[in-house]
Design a binder for this molecule. Structure first.
Ligand SMILES: Cc1cc2nc3c(=O)[nH]c(=O)nc-3n(C[C@H](O)[C@H](O)[C@H](O)COP(=O)(O)OP(=O)(O)OC[C@H]3O[C@@H](n4cnc5c(N)ncnc54)[C@H](O)[C@@H]3O)c2cc1C
Length: 365
């Protein structure tokens, strides 16, 4: 790493070069601020830990002529254990997440942000953050810190609410003999608090399962039996596993994503949808708000201004996340209740079914 960076003072340091961090760095740099984006990884976006499905609303954030789209998705088919299917219009894209993340970083660099890779944030100091690279340590000085460092965020650890509830997921990339234009979601009482997915991506497909504790210890068995089910359903001769990945997906927003001179963004702030776990778009939208608010706070020389982040986030997407939190509570509370109508529960709690919105209309949640 270029150690002269340790002699400088930045306006904003963004920890984590995922979609959330890159969006924040881009917007702050566009306002003329001195921004440093850093990541512990040596290669942006790798290894991929994502199902790579995004809604069409990602379109404005794509690089012109982006190489990150592998294929469009026209709809989702939702499967219930009794064989009932619900097709749903759901236009979107399957991404190559590593290319997508690299393109997002490129946009931040084009806006004037600087990038450091292979450097890990390990602590905070009164004037910035403590970092480690190889076996060395140093301090990066900055007026504002944006924590976009993912679900196991170090920066969130400096807040009063360091742990967020999460789903655990395991995913395999498999060879796909026939192309497919729709994604598929599978619900089953064994996939507690979560679901399984089959997302086609050109000549491969991402096949995964996410569940809550205590089912997490069964993830591998659940995924293997799901692969067996797919084999029958899709008449695959055999299933070739090309890549294994997984990780945690936060399912509750952080109650205080702005504290002192710090803003939390994306998974670090728990900004995935609490029921579906979709988080790419939310990370970008939250990142853009955080970048703008951080830049404004520095320009005004008023760190109190950082508190606007919470209000703006809530007005933008917070309400729909909080509604999702209430749905997740209902989902988990009723999952194992005897006599529970599984299909009714899912239809009430899974965004996309019309029943999901009933409580909002009735003013119940
Ligand atoms: C198995 C799985 C499947 C998923 N499928 C989908 C999907 O299909 N669609 C969807 O929308 N969402 C999906 N998600 C969620 C989505 O991947 C995340 O919401 C999204 O990546 C959040 O972006 P982010 O920028 O907040 O964090 P991340 O993309 O996690 O980026 C955080 C970055 O911070 C870096 N970092 C971490 N700690 C430090 C540190 N201390 N110092 C320096 N750098 C650090 C990491 O190296 C990483 O590059 C899935 C998640 C998982 C685990």
């Amino acid at each position: 790493m270029d150690e002269t960076i340790l002699q400088e003072v930045f306006d904003i340091v963004v920890i984590g070069a995922g979609p959330g961090g890159s969006a924040a760095a881009r917007v702050a740099a566009q306002k003329g601020l001195k921004v440093l984006l850093l990541d512990q990884k040596r290669r942006i976006g790798l290894p991929v830990q994502c199902g790579e499905l995004v809604s069409q609303w990602i379109y404005p954030y794509l690089h012109p002529g982006s190489r990150s789209i592998v294929q469009p998705i026209d709809s989702l088919i939702l499967h219930f254990p009794d064989g009932i299917l619900y097709p749903m219009k759901s236009p979107g894209f399957m991404l190559d997440r590593s290319i997508f993340d690299q393109e997002m970083v490129l946009k931040a660099l084009q806006a004037g942000a600087r990038l450091l890779l292979g450097i890990k944030a390990i602590g905070r100091t009164p004037d910035g953050i403590k970092v480690r690279w190889r076996s060395k340590e140093g301090i990066v000085r900055s007026k504002v810190v944006i924590g976009a460092d993912g679900v196991n965020s170090t920066v969130r650890g400096w807040s009063t609410h360091p742990i967020l509830k999460s789903l655990s997921a395991l995913q395999y990339e498999i060879y796909l003999p026939e192309p497919q234009s729709h994604g598929e979601i599978f619900f089953h009482p064994d996939y507690e608090g979560g679901y399984a997915w089959f997302f086609p991506k050109g000549k491969v497909a991402n096949v995964g399962i996410g569940v809550i504790h205590p089912k997490t210890s069964l993830l591998k068995d659940l995924l293997h039996s799901f692969l067996g089910q797919l084999r029958g359903l899709k008449k695959f001769k055999q299933i070739e596993i090309l890549f294994k990945t997984g990780g945690s997906i936060p399912c509750e927003p952080h109650p205080l994503p702005a504290f002192e001179n710090i803003l939390l963004v994306g998974d670090a702030a728990g900004h995935c949808h609490p029921v579906t776990g979709a988080g790419i778009l939310n990370a970008i939208q939250g990142g853009e708000i955080a970048g703008r608010i951080a830049a404004e706070a520095v320009l005004r020389q008023d760190l109190e201004y950082l508190n606007h982040y919470e209000r703006e986030w809530e007005e933008g997407l917070g309400n729909s996340l909080l509604y999702g939190v209430a749905k997740r509570e209902r989902l988990e509370k009723n999952w194992n209740r005897s006599g529970m109508d599984f299909q009714e529960l899912i239809r009430n709690c899974w965004t996309g079914f019309k029943e999901y919105h009933f409580d909002r209309r009735k003013g119940l949640l």
